[in-house]
Design a protein around this ligand. Sequence first.
Ligand code: HDE
Length: 663
Amino acid sequence: MEQLGQYTINNEKKAGLTTNQGLKMAEDEFSLKAGVRGPTLMEDFHFREKMTHFDHERIPERVVHARGVGAHGVFQLYESLADYTKADFLTNPSKTTPVFVRFSTVQGSRGSSDTVRDVRGFATKFYTDEGNFDLVGNNMPVFFIQDAIKFPDFVHAVKPEPHNEIPQGASAHDTFWDFIGQNSESAHMIMWHMSDRAIPRSLRMMEGFGVHTFRLVNADGQAHFVKFHWKPALGVHSLVWDEAQRIAGKNPDFHRQDLYEAIEKGDYPEWELGLQLIPEEDEHSFDFDILDPTKLWPEEEVPVKLVGKMTLNRNVDNFFAETEQVAFHPGHVVPGIDFSNDPLLQGRLFSYTDTQLSRLGGPNFHQIPINQPVCPFHNNQRDGMHQMTIHHGQTSYHRNGLNGNQPETVPADQGGYEHYQEKIDGRKIRGRSESFHDFYSQAKLFYNSLTSHEQQHIKDAFSFELGKCKSDMVKANAISLINHIDRQLAEGVAANIGAPVPEENYEVQSAKVSPALSMANTINKPDTKSVAILLNGKPDVETLTNWLEMFANHKINYSIVDQKIYKLNQSLKVTDTYDTADSSLFDAALLISNEEIIQTPILEFIQTTYKHFKPLALSLSNPNAILYSPISLEAKGVYNITTTGIQSFIDGITRGRFWERAL
Ligand code: HDE
């Protein structure tokens, strides 16, 4: 984004090292002392300035979503949506809107691992010509609670426990499950949280959801309720739990690095923006309340209209200045986009600006380059910590005569924001709407819509998480909750964790399914997947080169792994060793062995590849070398490429995982 250019400083181009006052310094390695072996002097202004700045380098991390990664990109609209909204960036397909996206986990601190079981934040700032529009979403379409006033309680429960700050980057602990057991409204979200959606393969392979119902308003003042979606071009894919835990140790930056490297290589991640639209008059036509953030709108009932494409095409220059300082807020809207009365959204409209005041140190955080709109911004707000603007003139108040009442408000027909004039009629009350009381139907809808392996993973996840809890009461309450969703699931988990099953079966009766909710129905492509090429003995370099060409033609990435790093020929290099590489960091493995015996680390590598349901190709001079491993040469997704050929393996990589192996 050009706007950032004026703030960019490149050390290489500067003449010399100076203090912050511009004083050139002749020495930066030794403090000023009374004798070379004597004490440091107070007089050393350079030491004090340098150290003071260092002492204050850290700012408070986000109270939630502390760990994140960001990138720049563009949004391109397909065709005008003027029927629905007057937002300029959604009506003018000739415009390209710059965006900045930050992905995050929720629970862990800034230094926690990427692949933990968690919701992922998916926050997008559109720098439109009418001001910034922030779509601050998640990779799951619903949320744990219905009312914002519960958010501090929910977050206190999921965060590391206050007495010992354990666990980090995990929800498998008593306070989280205590909260879930006491708050039945979380039933739907907990099914998503226990599903494979909570362990994405890549940030580039996640859906995004605005979660809340918003409003689009057109130039005639007509409104539609809307839900926002991001659909990834590469499809929606996940890790398996054992793999995710392993990666958390092997490469805690797995997602961050994957995003960074894809963008550096020019494999730009893409998402289509989708809208689900409901005309105002149909607000009450559904078997759920469209204002309830624990409900999704099944895509089969309310289709997703794909309206544009977002491409992330540039990494940040500086993590702190951009990714850490970016400040999102669901209340950053533009004309043509308005809110609904979703009580979770309403509370968020307060929280996000408020949190920046302590995180970014005052009310001028909008002046930080990454947060500045690309259109002019101008009002009578003045002063405050870190004020960067020099405001000219005598007046700084609205309705002034001395300056012709400048800056003047702008009428709605010339682009001024006007709130949608919704008619409200109600009593002032602290309470929950009756229409928000069905906690279980959509939890069941989600479960019903999954394949058997996806359901099995949910059962495994519940068993893991509750198995880590210590309190019998907490476990029993959680099983009671599951007993309202699916009896068999409750029985299965209860048996695994040694908890009682309630006598009565309260399973909600619904056979409804929504195929769009299963990841089995997603797009499968070979693009940007990665293969570990494992060498055991010297390979035939010519054949290997041909295979590598085939991989490159399918945009498949690869690393060649051997005991040591060395050159196979002029252009071909072993880049990883059995120490630095791990099967969990790849989507597939190809073993080329010309030895009688396969070394233990290599055997372990192919066994975990197999165990994680990934495609595995073998080119073995001695087929008996894997005789005593659990790998079956007849199993799906295992290729003896000397007979099946490399293309069969590429087809396997395209397909992804071979869940049949679990049966
Ligand atoms: Fe947030 N949330 N949230 N949240 N949220 C924050 O804002 C909050 C909710 C989401 O990359 C905080 O700047 C409340 C839903 C993302 O910088 C804070 C409630 C959804 C991010 C905050 C919610 C989100 C945040 C912490 C319940 C999905 C990271 C730091 C009413 C639709 C943005 C900050 C980034 C961050 C409050 C619930 C998404 C404290 C009060 C639902 C992606 O303001």
